[in-house]
Design a protein around this ligand. Structure first.
Ligand SMILES: Cc1cc2nc3c(=O)[nH]c(=O)nc-3n(C[C@H](O)[C@H](O)[C@H](O)COP(=O)(O)O)c2cc1C
Length: 338
C-alpha cells in the first residue's frame, strides 16, 4: 500500500468526524483565526476554526456569517469557557448550525456541553491529563484534543510526546483524539496517527499563510525565530495562579510581570475575587496579542508562538502548507512500510 493510501486510511476516522478531507484540525488563534484564514483552511481541505476569544455575541455572529460567505465547507468555532457571555455565544453557534464547537480554557461550566449537543453540534474539549479526559468522556464530549507544552498560546506542563504515550492507548478507541503542540512537519503527523490519534491540531505552522491577516511584523517575527525563542511566561506570585503562555521573547514579559503584580495587589486588598483576577489576566493577554497581531507591535505586544516556529520559514499559500505537511506524512509512511 502506498504512503498516501496509508495516510488516507489513518486519517479516515478523524476526517469523517470533522467532515473535512484531512484529519487536520486548525487550532483557533485569537485575532488570527478570523474569516479569511478560517475559510482558506476549510477550502484547502483541513478544518478551520474561528477563535471567538473575547468577541461579543454580535461580533461572533458577524464572523460566522462572513466565513460562510467565503466557504461552503464545514468549519468550527472555539469558545473560551471563562467568557462571561458563554451561553449567548453558544446560542449564536446554534443559530448558524455550526457543526463543531471547541471549548477551551478549562473545564466547561455545568450545562455547556449539553446545551451545545442539544443544538446538534459536536463538542470538542482539551484534556490536559488522563483523569480529566475520562471525566470529559463521561460528560459526553465527542472528541478530545491533547495538547503539549510545546504549543503556542496557553499551555499545560507536560510535553506532547508524553501526553500522547500516556493517553492515546487508553482513550483513542473510545472517541477521536487529536494531538496538538509542536507539530511542524508531516513526519510527526504520521507518527501520532500511527500511535492511535484520529488526527492532529496545528496552530503555529499556519500563521504565515498568505491568507492570514496577521500584521507583516508578526509574520516576520515568526520567520526569524527559532524554537528556543518561544518561551513560557513566568508566574511571579504563588497566590495568583496564572496559566503559562508560550510566546516569542520580547519586552512584553516585563509588562506581564507588572500586570501580575497589579492584579496580585488587588487580590491582597480584597478588591477583586480570584475569578475576576484571572479574567483580568486573560483580558491582558487578549489585548497584548491584539497589539502584536493587528497593530504589528511585536516588541511590546504578545507574539504567541509554539516551539515549531523554527520550522516556519516563509510566507506561502495555506494550500501549499497543507500539501507540504500531507506530502511529508505520506513519504514517511511509505518509508516505514518498505
Ligand atoms: C497566536 C496564537 C493564539 C492562540 N489563541 C488561542 C485561542 O484563542 N484559543 C485556543 O483554544 N487556543 C489558542 N491557541 C492555541 C492553538 O489553538 C493551538 O492549539 C496551538 O497553536 C497548537 O500548537 P502549535 O502552536 O505547536 O501548533 C493559540 C496559539 C497561537 C500561536
Amino acid at each position: 500500500m502506498s504512503g498516501q493510501a496509508r495516510l488516507t486510511g489513518l486519517m479516515a476516522r478523524g476526517a469523517a468526524f470533522l467532515g473535512s478531507e484531512q484529519a487536520i484540525l486548525a487550532g483557533a488563534m485569537s485575532w488570527v483565526s478570523e474569516r479569511h484564514l478560517v475559510a482558506a483552511m476549510s477550502n484547502a481541505g483541513i478544518f478551520g476554526v474561528i477563535a471567538c476569544g473575547a468577541m461579543t455575541p454580535e461580533l461572533l455572529d458577524a464572523e460566522i456569517e462572513g466565513t460562510k460567505a467565503l466557504t461552503a465547507k464545514p468549519f468550527g468555532v472555539n469558545l473560551i469557557t471563562m467568557h462571561p457571555d458563554l451561553d449567548a455565544l453558544i446560542d449564536i453557534c446554534a443559530k448558524h448550525q455550526v457543526g463543531h464547537v471547541v471549548l477551551a480554557g478549562g473545564l466547561p461550566p455545568g450545562g455547556a456541553i449539553e446545551k451545545i449537543k442539544a443544538s446538534g453540534a459536536k463538542v470538542i474539549c482539551f484534556a490536559p491529563a488522563l483523569a480529566l479526559a475520562k471525566k470529559l468522556i463521561r460528560s459526553g464530549v465527542d472528541a478530545l484534543v491533547i495538547e503539549g507544552m510545546e504549543a503556542g498560546g496557553h499551555i499545560g506542563p507536560v510535553s506532547t510526546s508524553v501526553l500522547a504515550q500516556e493517553m492515546l492507548p487508553t482513550i483513542a478507541e473510545q472517541l477521536p483524539v487529536f494531538v496538538a503542540g509542536g507539530i511542524g512537519r508531516g513526519e510527526a503527523i504520521a507518527g501520532y496517527l500511527e500511535m492511535g490519534a484520529a488526527g492532529v491540531q496545528l496552530g503555529t505552522r499556519f500563521v504565515c499563510a498568505t491568507e492570514c491577516i496577521a500584521h507583516p511584523n508578526f509574520k516576520k517575527a515568526f520567520i526569524r525565530a527559532s524554537a528556543r525563542d518561544a518561551v513560557a511566561s513566568v508566574q511571579i506570585d504563588p497566590r495568583l495562579p496564572v496559566i503559562p503562555v508560550r510566546a516569542l521573547k520580547n519586552s512584553s514579559s516585563e509588562l506581564f510581570t507588572a500586570k501580575q503584580r497589579e492584579v496580585a495587589q488587588l487580590l491582597d486588598e480584597g478588591k477583586v475575587e480570584m475569578l475576576e483576577a484571572q479574567l483580568q489576566i486573560e483580558r491582558y493577554w487578549a489585548g497584548a496579542l491584539r497589539r502584536a497581531v493587528i497593530d504589528g507591535d511585536v516588541e511590546n505586544g504578545s507574539v504567541m508562538a509554539g516551539q515549531s516556529v523554527g520550522m516556519v520559514t516563509k510566507e506561502e499559500p495555506l494550500a501549499d502548507i497543507v500539501a507540504t505537511l500531507t506530502g511529508e506524512a505520506a513519504i514517511a509512511l511509505d518509508r516505514r512500510a518498505a
